[in-house]
Design a binder for this molecule. Structure first.
Ligand code: SAM
Length: 222
């Protein structure tokens, strides 16, 4: 049997594809980050499934065990809390284990926050560097910005509501207040919002808005 790597919505439930629903129905077990989050999705779909929590902390241990199950004929479906597994989320180790054992891995594509954000950003998308989450330390953020300040494409990062202001503050310090950026907030949700313009302008706009939510930050080349 194959491993299915299945994308779930990043906000709007209607973004779940028919193929994803069919695949969830045929699963023997779901490997998911938080069984409560996936449990809610399943109950909305009126699907009952056995679930196992597959997180960063137990990935190393669980990946071979899940690969054994696949080898023995189980349909295992890998999902994360939101979006595509293995993209700034657990999954890579299990997929790699399956590849090494020559087991089939079938992606069931769907939302990814950074491609969704880029598609509506108005920034060039022909060359991008997706960095995911920057390390939480100020020094690490500064190092990243300094290393990439002349990158000849669009830089893309994930950030939580807790650090978004610090992120923009450091961005302005390292790349200057006039660098063009786009910040996508709460994609596909009721309060979806895009802020576009110079880093300084976006920072000022963001300061007066609620910082709750999830963010994708895109930085244009110099
Ligand atoms: N696997 C996910 C994907 O396919 O995009 C990413 C998971 S990562 C743990 C979570 C981060 O993705 C958030 O902190 C935020 O930066 C970004 N993200 C996820 N959902 C989002 C949304 N609806 N709007 C904006 N950013 C989002």
């Amino acid at each position: 049997m194959p491993l299915y790597v299945l994308a779930t919505p990043i906000g709007n439930l209607s973004d779940l594809s028919d193929r994803a629903i069919e695949t969830l129905k045929l699963a023997d077990q779901l490997a998911c980050e938080d069984t409560r989050v996936t449990g809610k999705l399943l109950s909305k779909l009126e699907i009952k499934k056995d679930m196992i929590s597959y997180r960063e902390e137990n990935e190393k241990f669980l990946a071979p065990k899940l690969a054994d199950k696949i080898e023995n004929g189980s349909n295992i479906v890998l999902v994360s809390d939101a979006g595509t597994p293995a993209i700034s989320d657990p999954g890579y180790r299990l997929v790699r284990e399956c590849r090494k054992r020559n087991l089939k891995v079938i992606p069931i594509p769907g939302p990814v926050a950074f491609t969704t954000a880029l598609s509506a950003s108005g920034l060039p998308t022909d060359r991008i560097l997706f960095e995911g989450f920057l390390a939480p330390k100020k020094s690490a953020r500064h190092r990243f910005f300094k290393e990439q300040k002349d990158f000849s494409g669009t830089l893309v990062c994930y950030e939580s509501c807790h650090r978004i202001e610090k992120f923009l503050d450091d961005l302005i310090f390292c790349l200057g207040p006039d660098r063009e950026i786009c910040v996508a907030k709460e994609l596909t949700k009721i309060h979806e919002n895009f802020l576009f313009g110079s880093a300084k302008k976006v920072f000022n706009e963001l300061k007066v808005k609620s910082k709750k939510g999830e963010f994708v930050i895109m930085i244009a080349k110099k």
